[in-house]
Ligand binder design. Sequence first.
Ligand code: SAM
Ligand code: SF4
Length: 266
Amino acid sequence: MYDRFNRRINYLRISVTDRCNLRCRYCMPAEGIKLISHEEILSYDEITDFTRVAVNMGIDKVRLTGGEPLVRKDLPVLVEMLAGLKGIKDLSMTTNGTLLGKYAQQLARAGLGRVNVSIDSMDPFKFTWLTRGGRLDDTLEGIDAAIENGLTPVKLNCVVKESKDEPDARMVTSFAEKKGLEVRYIRQMDLGRGEFGVVEGGDGGNCARCNRLRLTSDGKVKPCLFSELEYDIGKPGAEQAIIMALKNKPACGTVNRRGYFYNIGG
Ligand code: SAM
Ligand code: SF4
């Protein structure tokens, strides 16, 4: 499918939850987050039904994200449901990795193709500070579990202030080199101020080549991370919501004062 600027849209990012077991400083406030109630969260059947429609319309690349996707109960069940849809060529997940040690094997068996793991520092103290309580070792264990279970290529997402030459990013780079992993350096963004940048080593942030739609965990299709536009899949239905999102997908993002990374999925 194509939007009005003739961009081919084939990539769907699905946020399965707005909850997270970490509190990264650039993503979530320390406290006072208004979470979506359980009744509003799409069920696995609803997510799968929506994705089926999206795939029939031309989506062939699907990524699960969040919040932290692995804090949602029985995530491998959803993976298996999505992996059963014909037409998805690339089924992946973005995760902070902390629960991959526990779930990598089940996820691989359920049909997940690969993972991106977020890691911004190799210094255990800095990591704990950045994530407000996370343990670097949990994420490292998760990365190893992903590799062992063939969730490859495992890519690392590293948020940087300005560039990959910063000390923390350089440590991530040398770790990745040792492990033979690719790194995507994501410039720290601010949705409310409209500050976004091109992802080095990835495709994000390049509006002219944007191929994405997003589904939020409470059932809204978002045509752009840096826009407040969203279309409910409940009332007009999945197909209409996608058509509206395609029709109104902006040429380029501006600002989004209502959404956050943790509830849209980055
Ligand atoms: N919890 C998972 C994780 O951390 O990978 C998935 C969700 S997280 C919102 C998705 C991606 O968005 C992560 O790679 C994270 O580093 C990135 N992210 C979060 N806040 C950001 C910000 N303000 N600027 C740039 N990237 C951000
Ligand atoms: Fe959680 Fe991921 Fe946001 Fe960190 S970046 S707070 S791990 S959702």
